[in-house]
Design a protein around this ligand. Structure first.
Ligand code: ADP
Ligand code: ZN
Length: 433
């Protein structure tokens, strides 16, 4: 099956815009009438539902930020009666105090529908067995993929994170064809399988990985394929939107944000102006149909761009490029902006390196100092000092060329850097401590 919901996923653009407008108008009218938070926010911005006459009028509406959720912790933004709530989730709290998300029955249904469409666009169906190795619990990853997987009729294994040997055994014993987890956990699973003497390509049915919750790169996709024969797809979401929701398709070229569910904008982080397709800025999403805690023009804080042109897969919803990381993940090293994902991209150009790396930033006198520790592949390990110096030099040069700033490199033996079951924590910024 190519699409989960063909009619809506291939809706002509003008019809999609009409639908988006109707949804937005209904949403704004409801919130203006029944929510103090949204009413006050719109009043303050001098806008009322009457001002929304087309989808492009969305720019008249005020933005929402994570601070709105934090300031209204735990549930002051909920705008349905408590009887209508069926679930709470809480975000990972990567950048500060966690935020609470509440769901009605329809919100859960909408979320599962988005994930079902995404899994189908990754090529999965009721023939697949999907092992969900995202954390089950307050984090949205586990249950999000679980409900979406069941919706497409796949057989879902709620493995959650951890106990990696057991994960590999399950992959073998239950004939798992797809795994969903963070990219850093997946590369850990590849290593564990190898140590157990299992070749994921030859000894298992695993062919697809649906990876998200943290930034990763196309180089990582290639690395994963070479190491395991698994095709890695990218899935994205945040708890505020509901959880993981939108993924790439068979083209592996950008994630489709289902247009009837969410409206996508890219915003200049400084001016708040909407940017055209192709230009990088802050991802801003309006979930058009959320009931419990609607998100209007939510500034997610991740940097990306809308990919220009139609996708050959036939889906008409806009595609966003890989997320480089959040505005606040960005390191400023001697005045140059550096995203950890760009470090990964550069490192994996060297076939002797793995994707296990850590970044340590400190200040040496007046200057910022960046140290990149990265593990060598076992077959690249050598006792030859000259060999090591040469690989170190090559790595430092690739980093300098890619980042426009120099970094010191420490090559580490295999299996010496930390592994992550959930989101990887790769950066220690000693300047901030
Ligand atoms: P927290 O904000 O506390 O980490 P979430 O668990 O909701 O809570 O995480 C959402 C964030 O995770 C996104 O804003 C984004 O930074 C990151 N993220 C999720 N999926 C991806 C992805 N596929 N690529 C890059 N970053 C991602
Ligand atoms: Zn596509």
């Amino acid at each position: 099956m190519k699409y989960y919901n063909e009619k809506i996923e291939t809706l002509p653009k003008d019809e999609l815009e009409k639908l988006q407008y109707q949804e937005l108008k209904t949403l704004v009218t409801r919130l203006f009438g029944n929510s103090k938070f949204y009413h006050d926010k719109m009043k303050e911005a001098g806008v009322s539902p009457d001002d929304i006459k087309s989808i492009s009028d969305i720019t008249k509406l005020p933005f929402m930020k994570k601070t709105d959720l934090r300031d209204n912790y735990p549930d002051k933004l909920v705008c349905v009666p408590h009887e209508d709530l069926v679930r709470y989730h809480v975000s990972s709290g990567t950048t500060g105090k966690p935020t609470v998300v509440a769901y009605t029955k329809n919100d859960i249904e909408l979320w599962a529908e988005a994930v079902a469409r995404s899994l189908t666009s990754c090529g999965l169906s009721n023939k697949d067995t999907i092992q969900v190795c995202y954390g089950y619990g307050l984090f949205t990853g586990g249950l999000g993929l679980h409900y979406g997987g069941e919706k497409i009729g796949a057989t879902v294994i709620p493995a959650s994170t951890g106990n990696s040997q057991r994960q590999i055994e399950l992959i073998q014993d239950l004939g798992t064809t797809a795994v969903a987890c963070t990219p850093s956990y997946f590369i850990h699973l590849i290593d564990v399988a190898k140590k157990m003497g299992i070749d994921l390509n030859k000894d298992t049915k695993l062919r697809t990985a649906v990876l998200g919750a943290e930034p990763w790169t196309d180089e990582m996709r290639k690395y994963i394929f070479e190491m395991s024969g698994v095709t890695a797809h990218n899935i994205f979401g945040t708890s505020e939107l509901s959880g993981p929701m939108f993924s790439d398709c068979s083209e592996l070229n950008g994630m489709h944000i289902c247009g009837d569910i969410a409206y996508t904008e890219i915003i200049d982080p400084k001016t708040g102006e909407q940017l055209p397709a192709g230009e990088k800025g802050e991802l801003t999403i309006t979930v058009l149909k959320k009931e419990a805690i609607p998100m209007i023009r939510y500034r997610i804080g991740d940097i990306t761009s809308i990919i220009e042109g139609d996708c050959p897969c036939g889906r008409t919803s806009p595609r966003i490029d890989r997320l480089q990381g959040r505005v606040d993940d960005m390191l400023i090293i001697r005045g140059i902006n550096v995203f950890p994902s760009a470090v990964e991209h550069a490192l994996l150009k060297n076939s002797f390196l793995t994707s296990h790396f850590m970044i340590e930033v400190s200040r040496k006198g007046p200057l910022d100092d960046m140290l990149v520790k990265v593990e060598l592949k076992p077959e690249a390990m050598t006792d030859s000092i000259n060999g090591l110096i040469e690989m170190q030099g090559i790595t430092e040069r690739t980093l300098r060329d890619a980042l426009n700033v120099s970094a010191r490199v420490e090559l580490c033996p295999p299996n010496t850097l930390p592994r992550f079951e959930g989101k990887a924590k790769r950066v220690t910024d000693l300047r901030r401590l």
